[in-house]
Write a protein that binds this ligand. Structure first.
Ligand SMILES: [Zn+2]
Length: 169
């Protein structure tokens, strides 16, 4: 008898991870188009790409970007009836990310994720410019936080929790 996991099946294969800032920017544009309802044909694929990448490496160097991808895409997942298993897998991997990062210590008094806990939909208007700066590895993102502060494990965990509570509210 096989002992392999029997997760709900998802479309395969998953698109490779971007390797250049331009490729990340294309992906970011796709995420934002899905959020705005322009790109629903490949929406599940985009969600599952984030899920797979985080599942494979929840604390890797791109964990922040993939988590922010799911933050951008949860309004679609919550409202637009994605394919079988997509919502469950999204919630599952967000829990993994929150647990993997959540109990680290840091010296920050507050984090970029905090306003997203209260009103994710409104805050998402601000996210593309911050994401674009993070992708370009600019010295300053267009808010009060430096890139290293965005990459703080507690910030990544906070974004994962905010997206999870959006899904389950
Ligand atoms: Zn921190």
């Amino acid at each position: 008898m096989s002992t392999s996991t029997t997760r709900p099946t998802a479309p395969e294969p998953v698109a490779p991870a971007p390797t250049t800032p331009d490729a990340w920017r294309d992906l970011l544009d796709d995420w934002d188009d899905i959020r705005n309802g322009y790109h629903l044909g490949e929406a599940d694929e985009a969600v599952l790409q984030c899920v797979h990448r985080l599942d494979a490496d929840p604390t890797g160097p791109d964990a922040l970007l993939w988590t922010l991808g799911l933050v951008t895409l949860v309004p679609y997942v919550a409202a637009a009836a994605p394919g079988p298993g997509v919502e469950a897998r999204t919630a599952e991997v967000l829990s993994v990310v929150a647990r993997a990062h959540g109990d680290r210590m840091c010296e920050h008094e507050k984090h970029p994720f905090e306003p997203y806990e209260d009103d994710l939909d409104t805050q998402l208007e601000e996210l593309p410019s911050a994401l674009s700066a993070l992708i370009s590895q600019e010295a300053e993102v267009p808010d009060e936080y430096a890139p290293g502060h965005w990459h703080c494990p507690r910030n990544i965990a906070g974004f994962a929790r905010a997206a999870l509570s959006y899904l389950t509210m």
